[in-house]
Design a protein. Structure first.
Length: 339
């Protein structure tokens, strides 16, 4: 851990300084975070020391780390100046991007915004959603430019969340007429038949992550109304058979649990004016032993097909608690050793 702003402002030996001045002391307090936790996070992850002196910060370290940390702090402050708050996740994302996530030059009514330095934000009814890593930024860009996109990587990397955010953005802009969200209803240790209720009540627990994402972007009453009007559909993969999905933004989540036959069926549902996104994690297949994953087969067959994009995520793109990324790395290391 570096030197926190709570320690006396002594200067470590042989370290050069970069000085930052922030005119609004109230915003500086929010930049530092409760008990200076944001500064501590920058120190720990970027290998620098940060000293707070009045309305100034001094960043100490080697030249590259110092400049990168200074850019992160300036960007986070600019975000606060734009009237936005910062969370631990925003700090984490800014550090990973190596540049500020500042909200610059917002134009009212725009559904997607590009910032200086390449940052990107999606505009939904309830909040803005930012691509926090290079992989996420490329993924979001491809979802707007390709008719079919695959997002493949571990849990917590924003694959489904960003896909739903893009879908809501395109719906609000009038680019599509409906949003269709689907998942394979594959049991992971439990049997559907053992769950209480009718078919909808049995299926809904599997669909809950999709409901959660929608409710993050749209008011609850609007989601309820759109569900009743079938402008939003949330259904198991099996319910897609025989349909042509036109003028819709379609997301298949947990695609690693689709069989090869189900995947082909789903991909061929694409109709005129639609976008389709397929997300999955190759390390979490819940299919019966001996059943091959349709995601892996689609990846092999479609990798050179025009109009189809593939984006890959790693533990470095995890935007949940930082510990999730370290857990994924530990599992990957264990698998690599074959123990």
């Amino acid at each position: 851990m570096g030197i926190s702003a709570l320690t006396p402002p002594t200067r470590p030996e042989n370290l050069a300084e970069t000085h930052l001045e922030f005119p609004d002391n109230r915003l500086l307090i929010e930049l530092c975070g409760q008990f200076d936790r944001n500064l501590a996070q920058v120190e720990h992850q970027m290998g620098v020391h940060v000293l707070r002196r009045g309305n100034k910060l001094a960043v100490l370290g080697d030249k590259i780390a110092r400049e990168q940390a200074a850019a992160v702090l300036r960007g986070l402050y600019a975000r606060l100046e734009a009237g936005k708050h910062i969370s631990a996740g925003d700090v984490e994302g800014s550090i990973r991007m190596g540049r500020p996530p500042a909200d610059m030059g917002r134009a009212e009514g725009e559904q997607i915004e590009m910032f200086q330095g390449g940052g990107m934000e999606l505009r939904t009814r309830k909040k803005g959603v930012e691509a926090r890593t290079e992989a996420q930024k490329a993924y979001v860009g491809n979802l707007f430019t390709h008719e079919m996109g695959f997002g493949i990587g571990p849990a917590g990397t924003g694959k489904t969340y960003l896909a739903v955010a893009v879908g809501v953005t395109m719906f609000l802009s009038g680019a599509v007429e409906k949003i269709i969200l689907s998942r394979p209803a594959v049991e992971a240790g439990e049997r559907l038949g053992f769950l209480p209720g009718d078919m909808k009540e049995k299926i809904d627990p599997y669909m809950q992550p999709l409901y959660d994402a929608l409710n993050d972007f749209l008011p609850a009453k609007q989601v309820e109304k759109m569900l009743l009007e079938k402008r939003i559909e949330i259904a198991p993969l099996a319910f897609m058979r025989g349909r042509t999905l036109s003028n819709a933004f379609v997301v298949l989540d947990e695609a690693q649990n689709a069989t090869a036959m189900q995947m082909k069926m789903f991909l061929t549902r694409l109709g005129e004016g639609s976008r389709m996104v397929i997300t999955g994690d190759r390390t979490q297949v819940d299919l019966p032993r001996g059943t091959s994953s349709g995601l892996a087969e689609a990846e092999r067959i479609l990798k050179n097909v025009k109009g189809v994009s593939f984006n890959y995520f790693t533990s470095k793109d995890v935007v949940r608690h930082p510990l999730v990324g370290r857990i994924i790395e530990a599992y990957e290391a264990d698998e690599a050793t074959g123990v």
